[in-house]
Design a binder for this molecule. Structure first.
Ligand code: NDP
Ligand code: 2IT
Length: 449
């Protein structure tokens, strides 16, 4: 575990005390604070006026009841959240997660990470996150619609194009965004396209938004590999998850000449040495909303499914955890290192445990933290806002070119910041410091609010 600067320890103590029982938020705050010792040494002004304490405290936290009626006519109750973390750089911006594990601590960690991630994109967006402990698995389309509508009946009071702009995350894609946008439009009686991003293309969505997070992660890895004199050509890749981020990461790895040999869902993982058949994964996950275990029967011979277990047992050159927080443990990191992994990039938010990250660092594995590597999704959301505000619609090519530029810019910012602060090659410290400085500069200008 890294040591934390003695000037920052009291701030972490306050976070731990004030947010008792929220381990994911503690973990995210500790990681950022561990990076900031070097900054307060060089720039005493950033620790004035309790700026760092303020950055660790969400501006607003909203918790609400979400009643809905299932297909058996039973009333169900879930809990909804929106944590509006920091609006120094722009309206709060961040996804909505529907998963039974959601609680206020998880949404807080995601909103905190989002603040620095959004700053790294260089776009005018603050940080926020929302969600519900609603479990969409096995729910009919009508149930999903009624849930999304009820969720928005409360959420609509707190969001807006200039206030807070939600998008998707785990369990929330274009279908859910469509139902939420429909209810928002009805309640407000205005076509405010820029209130949500990740919309479908038929009603104001951006081309390349669906692909953006996965594509962006792979663009980031390409820059990281190039910086170290190599590329994706012929590399074996393992990508966890088989949702939005994982699918489009697989697509881009393949386009860059790499071979994806394994992917997963929460039930287990598949290994296909010939290379994962992406069209089949898309059919199973995007069309049939099925399980990854269905892959083997549909694909025929040459592949196998392992129920449970760890996908990180599969040897690879590049590992991209794209499922959920803390899915890659210290033991997994050890296995990856023993199997010769060269680069690891977090497509998901905080998928590697702190001890796993430490192990990668010690083994000199190239490691890209989520707030840098997966920022392509939210960056393209900001491009969607830009298109909505100008009543325009860009081509796929133009949007993807902007995404590629932004990802390259994030890579350069992390790399140069790491050099400047005396930790060359440390993308974690580079990302934390570069993101922090952008937020801190704006907060200083805006006074104590
Ligand atoms: P999806 O819901 O599309 O896919 C999530 C995938 O991860 C599924 O394969 C799911 O399996 C698996 N998964 C989810 N929770 C768990 C769990 N507790 N244990 C094991 N597997 C799990 O979500 P996304 O692809 O959008 O999101 C994946 C990650 O990327 C998240 O960390 C998210 O915060 C992050 N992210 C997403 C962005 C976006 O634009 N969507 C942008 C930046 C980051 P199963 O179906 O079995 O649950
Ligand atoms: O974690 C994330 O960056 C997202 N879920 C995307 C947020 C967004 O507003 O597009």
């Amino acid at each position: 575990m890294n040591v934390i600067d003695e000037r920052l320890q009291p701030i972490l103590n306050t976070v731990l005390h004030r947010n008792a029982g929220e381990p994911e938020f503690h973990q995210a705050a500790r990681e950022v604070l561990e990076s900031l010792g070097r900054v307060v040494t060089k720039h005493a002004e950033y620790s004035e006026d309790a700026l760092i304490e303020r950055i660790c405290e969400p501006e607003r936290q909203i918790i609400f009841r979400v009643p809905w009626i299932d297909d058996q006519n039973q009333v169900r109750i879930n809990r909804g959240f929106r944590v509006q973390f920091n609006s120094a750089l722009g309206p709060y911006k961040g996804g909505i997660r529907f998963h039974p594990s959601v609680n206020v601590g998880i949404i807080k960690f995601l909103g905190f990470e989002q603040t620095f991630k959004n700053a790294l994109t260089g776009m005018p967006i603050g940080g926020g996150k929302g969600g519900s402990d609603f479990d969409p698995k096995g729910r009919s389309d009508r149930e999903i619609m009624r849930f999304c509508q009820s969720f928005m009946v409360e959420l609509h009071r707190h969001i807006g194009e200039y206030v807070d702009v939600p998008a998707g995350d785990i369990g929330v894609g274009a279908r859910e965004i469509g139902y939420m946008f429909g209810m928002y439009k009805r309640l407000n009686n205005r076509y405010e396209a820029g209130v949500l991003t990740g919309k479908g293309l038929s009603y104001g969505g951006s081309r390349a938004r669906k692909e953006a997070t996965g594509f962006g992660t792979v663009y980031f890895v390409r820059s990281m590999l190039a910086r170290h004199g190599t590329d994706f050509d012929g590399k074996r890749c393992v990508i966890s998850g088989s949702g939005n981020v994982a699918i489009y990461a697989m697509e881009k790895v393949r386009a860059f000449g790499g071979k994806v040999v394994a992917c997963s869902d929460s039930g287990g993982y598949i290994v296909d040495e010939a290379g994962i058949d992406l069209d089949l994964v898309k059919r199973i996950k995007e069309v049939e909303r099925g399980r990854i275990c269905d892959y083997t029967a549909l694909r025929g011979s040459g592949c196998h499914y392992i129920e449970g277990g760890s996908i990180w047992d599969v040897p690879c050159d590049v590992a991209l955890p794209c499922a959920t927080q803390n899915e890659l443990s210290e033991a997994d990191a050890k296995t990856l290192v023993e199997n010769g992994v060269m680069a690891v990039a977090e497509g998901a938010n905080m998928p590697c445990t702190p001890t796993a990250v430490q192990l990668f660092r010690e083994a000199k594995v190239l490691f890209a933290p989520g707030k840098a590597a997966n920022a392509g999704g939210v960056a393209t959301s900001a491009l969607e806002m830009q298109q909505n505000a100008s009543r325009d619609s860009w081509s796929f090519q133009k949007t993807e070119e902007r995404l590629a530029e932004i990802m390259h810019g994030i890579h350069e910012a992390c790399d140069e910041t790491a050099d400047e602060y005396g930790v060359p090659g440390d993308y974690v410290t580079g990302a934390n410091i570069a993101g922090f400085i952008r937020v801190a500069e704006a907060m200083r200008a805006l006074g104590v609010i």
